[in-house]
Design a protein around this ligand. Structure first.
Ligand SMILES: Cc1cc2nc3c(=O)[nH]c(=O)nc-3n(C[C@H](O)[C@H](O)[C@H](O)COP(=O)(O)O)c2cc1C
Length: 225
């Protein structure tokens, strides 16, 4: 796939077909993605690729926590950030939520449907595989975040070349203790994000969402050009 097409076609997919993704394909995607740049070539990323029974157990463990209204462990509080009320960032968050709920026919006051929607993310949107991106806790978080961001975008773009779609998700690592237990991830690792990956189910209404972007001239300042 041409690079420009891939960039335009990448979008978050929130329901996948059950069709399995060959391990070799996942390996090829990660090999490509790991060509990402990183500060001083430190390559802080580590990938834990979940599938089969392991992924099913994590889905169930996550959902149990969500249903029990359990707080994520303290080590994950750093990703539970509120955007300032009244800010453009909060507004964009509201806009994408509204667009998804409209497609899914979820009314704001419908607690049952809203809870079911939330659970979908904790179930990795039923993807046949999920990639957990982790890094040593001893590494400086801000720098690691930049490097991991680059590798995550590479994963999402490379996946498209194999006919696969993705959804980067915080939800997939929020209950880090569940993921760590079933995937055997040592506590010295910080879980940064999950990427659900698989073949998109295009009949699922939320997959038709088109997320909006600020016109580029609103965020560019030309200096000396
Ligand atoms: C770091 C990060 C965390 C995200 N976490 C979630 C998540 O937990 N659940 C979810 O449904 N989408 C999640 N997303 C997807 C965003 O909602 C999505 O990228 C955004 O709305 C723009 O839509 P697009 O990816 O379709 O262009 C996450 C994306 C990023 C980059």
């Amino acid at each position: 796939m041409e690079l420009q097409d891939a960039i335009k076609k990448r979008k978050s997919i929130r329901r996948f077909q059950s069709k399995a993704v060959p391990k070799e394909t996942l390996r090829a995607i990660l090999e490509l993605a790991a060509r990402a740049p990183s500060a001083e070539n430190t390559q802080p990323w580590e990938f834990f690729v979940l599938g089969g029974e392991t992924l099913d157990k994590i889905r169930e463990g996550n959902v149990e926590k969500v249903r029990g209204f359990e707080m994520p462990p303290e080590e994950m509080h750093y990703i539970m950030v509120e955007r300032p009320k009244g800010s453009i960032y909060r507004q964009r968050q509201i806009d994408i939520g509204k667009a998804l709920f409209e497609l899914m026919d979820i009314q704001r006051e419908d607690k049952v449907k809203r809870a079911a929607w939330t659970e979908r993310g904790f179930r990795y949107f039923e993807a046949p595989a999920a990639i957990i991106i982790a890094a040593e806790k001893s590494l400086p978080l801000q720098q690691t975040y930049l490097d991991v961001g680059a590798v995550m975008q590479n994963i999402c773009l490379a996946a498209l070349d194999f006919g696969l779609h993705t959804c980067i998700e915080n939800q997939g690592v929020m209950y880090a203790e569940v993921v760590k237990e079933h995937a055997n991830i040592p506590d010295s690792k910080r879980l940064i994000a999950a990427i659900a990956i698989g073949y998109a189910d295009w009949d699922f209404p939320a997959n038709k969402v088109e997320s909006q972007r600020e016109p580029i001239d609103n965020v560019v300042t030309w200096c000396g050009l």
